[in-house]
Design a protein around this ligand. Structure first.
Ligand SMILES: [Zn+2]
Length: 341
C-alpha cells in the first residue's frame, strides 16, 4: 500500500541536534548514489546556535545558488556569534540548494531544480525536491521566524530590498512590517503574490506557520559592498528585534526604508523580442506609464529598427536585467509604487 504523501518521512538526515545548547556545525546528508559515489551523500552545510528557551529563527540563504550576499553574510554572522550572544535558537541553512551554490548557478546542476519553485517538494523526488520537503516539513514547522535572503542572481540587479507578501491576518502583517523596518534595506516592498505562486518558500512558510521575510539584496552574479553590509546589519537587527540575539550584540541603528508595493503583471517589463538589450533607465529612476524602458536591437538583422519595451505603469525602477543578450519573455525591469495598506 502506498504511504500518503503527508506521512512520508524525509530521507535527509541531520548531523546536529537543534534541541542541544551550544554552537554546532555539520551537514544535512542527502543520499545520492551516482557513478562516482555509490553510497554517497550531498553535504548541505547547516549550523545551529542554541542558548536555552526563546524564539527559534531559521536563516536561509543560497536558495538560489548564484545569490551570494546572503551566503556571505550568514557565514560571517555564524563565525562571529557565540552561544552567550543568543537567546533561543538560530539555525543557519546557508547554501540551501547546495548543489546550485556549489556550481554558482540559480538552479541545481543535478536535476535543473529551482528550489524556490519546488515547495512543498517530495521526500522521494529529485535532490532539489527533497531539500524543499525537508525545509517545509521538518524545519519550518518548528520555527517562529524565517529570513530567506535572496538577491537578483546572475540575470537581475536590485536596489537592495527586503520584502514580504501581503497577508490577510493583520497581526502577522504588522509583525512582518516590523521585521522589514528593522532590517532597514533602502527599499521595502510588499507583494500581492510571490513570483512562483504556491511553490515558493514564502508560500511554504505560510503553510507551515513561521513569520516570513525575504530580501532581494543586489545581484548580477557578484557582491556589492552596500548590499552585503545591509544584509549583515539587517539580519542582526531582525534577530535582536525578535529577541534571538542579546542586546549586547552590536548592530547599527536601522536606516529609514522606503515602503513600496508590487501588485501584479503591470509592474514588470518583458523583452518583446530577442536580441541585444539597451536599457533606457537606471535603477532608482522614477518612470511614467508609456515611457520607453529599453530597446531590443536585432543582432541578426542590424538594419532593422529596434523593438521598444515600455513601462505599463508609473513607478520606481527597483530591478533591472543585467545580461545584454536577451530573449523574448526575459524580464527587463520591475517597478515598485507607493505602498497602499
Ligand atoms: Zn533568489
Amino acid at each position: 500500500m502506498n504511504t500518503p504523501l503527508q506521512e512520508k518521512r524525509s530521507r535527509i538526515s541531520c548531523e546536529i541536534d537543534f534541541e542541544r545548547d551550544g554552537k554546532q556545525v555539520g551537514f544535512l546528508r542527502l543520499p545520492h548514489s551516482v557513478h562516482r559515489s555509490a553510497y554517497g551523500w550531498i553535504p548541505i552545510p547547516i549550523a545551529c546556535i542554541r542558548n536555552g528557551d526563546g524564539p527559534r529563527v531559521l536563516l536561509i540563504a543560497g536558495n538560489h545558488g548564484d545569490e551570494y550576499e546572503g551566503q556571505i553574510a550568514h557565514a560571517k554572522l555564524l563565525r562571529a556569534l557565540q552561544p552567550e550572544d543568543v537567546s533561543g535558537t538560530i539555525i543557519f541553512l546557508t547554501s540551501a540548494n547546495f548543489p546550485a551554490a556549489n556550481a554558482g548557478t540559480r538552479t541545481s546542476p543535478l536535476d535543473d531544480g529551482n528550489l524556490n519553485r519546488s515547495f512543498p517538494g517530495d521526500p522521494d523526488g529529485t535532490p532539489t525536491q527533497q531539500i524543499a520537503w525537508y525545509i517545509e516539513k521538518v524545519l519550518l514547522p518548528t520555527c517562529d521566524y524565517v529570513l530567506d535572503l535572496h538577491s537578483g542572481g546572475s540575470s537581475l540587479m536590485y536596489v537592495p530590498s527586503a520584502n514580504c507578501q501581503r497577508q490577510s491576518d493583520p497581526a502577522r502583517m504588522k509583525r512582518s512590517l516590523e521585521l522589514l523596518h528593522a532590517f532597514g534595506a533602502p527599499v521595502t516592498y510588499i507583494t500581492d503574490a510571490a513570483q512562483g505562486g504556491d511553490q515558493t518558500l514564502t508560500a511554504a512558510a505560510r503553510r507551515a506557520g513561521p513569520i516570513h521575510m525575504g530580501t532581494e539584496l543586489a545581484g548580477g552574479g557578484t557582491v556589492t559592498l552596500p548590499a552585503l553590509r545591509t544584509a549583515e546589519q539587517g539580519v542582526r537587527r531582525v534577530l535582536k528585534l525578535v529577541g534571538a540575539l542579546r542586546t549586547s550584540v552590536p548592530a547599527q541603528p536601522a536606516p529609514e526604508t522606503r515602503l513600496l508595493q508590487v501588485r501584479g503583471p503591470t509592474y514588470f517589463v518583458y523583452a518583446p523580442d530577442s536580441g541585444f538589450f539597451e536599457p533606457l533607465v537606471e535603477l532608482g529612476d522614477e518612470v511614467v506609464a508609456g515611457q520607453q524602458a529599453g530597446l531590443i536591437h536585432f543582432h541578426d538583422t542590424p538594419w532593422r529598427e529596434p523593438s521598444v519595451a515600455v513601462f505599463p505603469r508609473a513607478g520606481t525602477v527597483i530591478c533591472k536585467r543585467m545580461p545584454c543578450r536577451t530573449e523574448r519573455g526575459d524580464c527587463l525591469f520591475h517597478l515598485g509604487a507607493p505602498y497602499e495598506p
